[in-house]
Design a protein around this ligand. Structure first.
Ligand SMILES: [Zn+2]
Ligand SMILES: [Zn+2]
Length: 296
């Protein structure tokens, strides 16, 4: 039974006193059984939260009660339970960690709707599609023909643009990320670097797969919550793009190695993760510094 909902949202907006909002927000969420992760900064808000359908409706009313957020776009998903164990509210310098503080959002790529992206593919338009997420995210799922840079974190985006994407300055380019927040700045940086025809996928992968599963998205979507991955497709050939590190079977699942000193992300099917005690190697399995509680 799907009695819960998950919300994904962000908004770039100048906030006068993010510290007070963050404080009030945490108290409100604890009192109203909302769990998740919400970041406030003077440049805006970025969050993912879960709760019962009723509590989530209250949450939306609460957040949109601030004039800053009255028109915020909540992307919603149904769920059977909370997607988080706790509520974290943090005050940050930026709502996405990165190296693009000097980039103007005004330069952002043109917004491309899921419908228009489908049209690009169907019309066989000459375009380049680029994954603006980290390597481990694109490893388990990506758009058809996407370029997937080997990025460890978003701070490497400038380097990726300079090293890997420089040849595409005159091409039509589409960037995408999970919910759209990264692309606001990632695409703006490309425009500022002289890329001529830049689009950003509106609402990110999340918005696309909700509307058009079994089309041009291949594999699972990595999420930073208890679900770990969302599998939108039902067509066999579009279910998985990754293979289990241990047995080679197609899967979209992954674990963090339970040797705390390793913590490596490895793609693993459910059978192999149990068989290998949630560890990537014999060495890690024998480590004295293993997580006490299985996670993933
Ligand atoms: Zn396996
Ligand atoms: Zn390991």
């Amino acid at each position: 039974m799907n009695n819960y909902k998950i919300l994904l949202f962000y908004k770039y907006v100048d906030i006068e006193d993010p510290e007070t909002i963050a404080k009030v927000h945490l108290e409100w969420c604890l009192a109203n059984e909302i769990k998740g992760r919400v970041f406030f900064a003077s440049e805006g808000v970025n969050g993912t939260v879960s709760g019962t359908i009723g509590n989530i409706e209250n949450y939306k009313r609460h957040l949109t009660g601030y004039s800053y957020f009255k028109d915020i776009w909540f992307k919603e998903d149904d769920a059977e339970e909370h997607a988080f164990k706790k509520m974290h509210v943090r005050l940050k310098n930026q709502i996405v960690n990165g190296d693009l503080t000097d980039v103007s959002l005004e330069s952002g790529g043109k917004k491309l709707s899921p419908e228009d992206l489908i049209k690009f593919y169907k019309d066989k338009k000459d375009f380049i599609i680029i994954d603006a997420r980290n390597w481990y995210e694109s490893k388990i799922g990506r758009f058809k023909n996407a370029i997937t840079p080997p990025m460890k974190n978003f701070r490497e985006w400038k380097k990726v643009v300079e090293d890997d994407l420089n040849d595409y300055k005159d091409k039509t380019v589409v960037t995408y990320c999970t919910g759209g927040i990264r692309c606001e700045k990632a695409s703006a940086y490309m425009v500022e670097k002289g890329f001529k025809d830049v689009y950003q996928l509106e609402g990110g992968i999340f918005n696309f797969i909700k509307k058009y599963p079994d089309t041009f998205w291949e594999g699972g979507m990595f999420v930073f919550d208890e679900r770990r991955v969302i599998n939108p497709n039902s067509k066999e050939e579009l279910m998985h793009v990754a293979e289990c590190y241990f047995c080679g079977k197609p899967t979209s699942y992954y674990i963090n190695c339970h040797n705390v000193n390793c913590d490596r992300i490895i793609v693993s099917c459910h059978e192999c993760k149990a068989e290998n005690d949630y560890c990537c190697s014999d060495e890690c399995r024998e480590s004295k510094n293993k997580r006490k509680v299985y996670h993933g």
